[in-house]
Write a protein that binds this ligand. Structure first.
Ligand code: NDP
Length: 308
């Protein structure tokens, strides 16, 4: 039976440090980092994430704003708004909440964010820096995963790392980071043949698929470290009970919110793995903490307050 590798403790530590630094800049310079988030349309999950990002930045003493545009917003309008934000001195971070409506090309919109304000780390220039193993703003979820492994002294060097999912948000940047840390990396996706055969070679297995409880014990090598990035909304109470047994908290979530959050990894995997990150309280809190740290970092870089 393995242990839960929760992310909340580290996330709180990272946020505490950001808060202290922000307070220091407020005192010394009477300036604090400012984050602007753009939401297009009415995606319910996106609204929840953005509210949490706004609440977190305010708790840490930063300024935060959410701009919500209608579903039918045109690319040219959005890009001109981003250009304005790029010129606003007090705006340090700009993020565009994904997914965008299908009428918009997210690569085109993200590329219009000035790289020095791209706190999600998705701009080609920031992704390029990552591939070159150079400094730059790095994507938050993969950075959070790396920090968690380091925080818990889980070695990456020389390990077989298998990542299921090749998105630009998680899988691909994570593969670059793991390679930079001297892991031996394999990326899998929906066209991968014999997936359980590949994943069961992993010392470190990362699931970023978007399919609830997809990774069952047969995908996992005994003693592997398993990181569950997935965030899936499960509304079916009997399916929840099938996965988690009698779980009053999840039952209450379904009754009150209409869903319970589950990962891509089946809960039974804890019996085979050495570590498994839970959902919730695993990778999710780290993503938000790293976004806060990136916003502070963008603030400092733009003012030459440090050079790393
Ligand atoms: P995407 O939908 O962009 O990518 C999913 C990936 O999974 C794709 O590469 C896809 O392959 C692959 N995939 C889908 N089905 C299979 C399959 N049957 N076998 C193997 N591979 C498969 O998702 P994201 O990367 O954006 O997100 C993944 C999950 O992580 C989601 O649940 C999301 O909510 C969650 N997430 C959580 C975050 C957090 O902070 N905890 C942050 C970001 C995301 P292909 O490329 O071939 O289509």
């Amino acid at each position: 039976m393995g242990s839960w590798l929760e992310g909340k403790t580290l996330a709180d530590k990272i946020k505490e440090k950001v808060k202290e630094e922000v307070a220091g800049f407020q005192k010394k310079m009477e300036q604090v980092p400012g984050l602007v988030a753009i939401l297009v349309g009415e995606n319910r999950a996106s609204k929840v994430y953005l509210r949490s990002k706004k609440k977190n930045s305010e708790k840490l003493g930063m300024r935060s704003e959410i701009l919500n545009f209608p579903e039918d917003t045109e690319a040219s309008f959005l890009k001109s708004k981003i250009k304005d934000l790029g010129q606003r001195e007090e705006v340090d971070g700009i993020l565009v909440q994904l997914p965008l409506p299908s009428s918009l090309n997210s690569n085109e919109i993200i590329t219009s964010i000035p790289p020095e304000k791209d706190v999600d780390g998705f701009h080609p220039s920031n992704l390029g820096n990552l591939l070159m193993n150079q400094d730059g703003l790095k994507p938050c979820t993969p950075s959070g995963i790396l920090e968690l492994l380091k925080f818990r002294n889980i070695p990456i060097e020389g390990k077989r790392v298998v990542i299921v999912g090749r998105s630009l948000i998680v899988g691909k940047p994570l593969a670059a980071m793991m390679t930079n840390e001297n892991g031996t990396v394999t990326i899998c996706h929906s066209k991968t043949k014999d997936l359980p055969l590949v994943t069961s070679e992993a010392d470190i297995l990362i699931a970023a698929i978007g399919r609830g409880a997809f990774i069952t014990p047969e995908f996992v090598k005994p003693g592997a470290v398993v990181v569950d990035v997935g965030m899936n909304y499960l509304a079916d109470k009997s399916k929840m009970e099938e996965l988690f047994g009698k779980d009053e908290k999840r039952e209450k979530n379904i009754e009150e919110k209409g869903y319970t959050l589950i990962g891509d990894v089946h809960p039974q995997v804890i019996e085979k793995a050495e570590y498994l990150t839970p959902v919730p309280r695993g990778v999710g809190p780290l993503t938000v903490a790293l976004l806060m740290r990136n916003t502070l970092e963008a603030f400092k870089r733009r003012r030459n307050l440090f050079s790393t």
